[in-house]
Write a protein that binds this ligand. Structure first.
Ligand code: HEC
Length: 121
């Protein structure tokens, strides 16, 4: 599988320019890389800034999101909220798992520091 990673990274780079502010690839495993790709495609429109410092419709997501609880995060993704669509008909359970695994790899303090610069919604 190792030899597929450069191809995957190429796809990620092409499909997900909005992911530039996210972690470097080095320490993500394959599941997390896949999760990042699905996240950029399905969630990025609301959860990733198109440019550094610009506001997003949804909160930035990281390790601490959904109270740090994977089951709570899964429920939010599956069922949606008042302002967020449900993804149960669009994403497979394995894709949701991969997204959660990726989001849990994003350090919380980086995002908090960005928020303290005036992010509000
Ligand atoms: C249409 C915009 C939109 C899309 C698309 C979207 N979200 Fe959200 N999301 C939101 C908003 C807005 C909130 C804040 C909760 C609220 O106001 O209802 C939120 C909240 C969340 C939360 C809870 C954060 C917390 O700590 O309370 C998680 C987790 C989440 N979204 C994950 C995702 C994932 C994963 C996807 C893609 C599968 C996704 N969202 C797609 C708008 C969106």
């Amino acid at each position: 599988m190792k030899r597929n990673i450069p191809a995957l990274l190429f796809v990620l780079a092409a499909a997900a320019p909005a992911a530039h502010a996210q972690k470097t690839d080095g320490d993500l495993n394959e599941t997390q890389l896949h999760g990042r790709q699905v996240f950029a495609q399905s969630c990025g429109v609301c959860h990733l800034s198109p440019s550094l410092g610009s506001k997003t419709f949804g909160p930035p997501l990281n390790k601490a999101s959904a109270a740090g609880n994977d089951e709570v995060m899964r429920a939010i993704i599956v069922n949606g909220t008042e302002r967020m669509p449900a993804f149960k008909y669009y994403l497979k359970p394995a894709e949701i798992d991969a997204i959660i695994s990726y989001v849990r790899s994003v350090p919380a303090q980086v995002v908090r520091a960005a928020n303290e610069k005036g992010e509000s919604r």
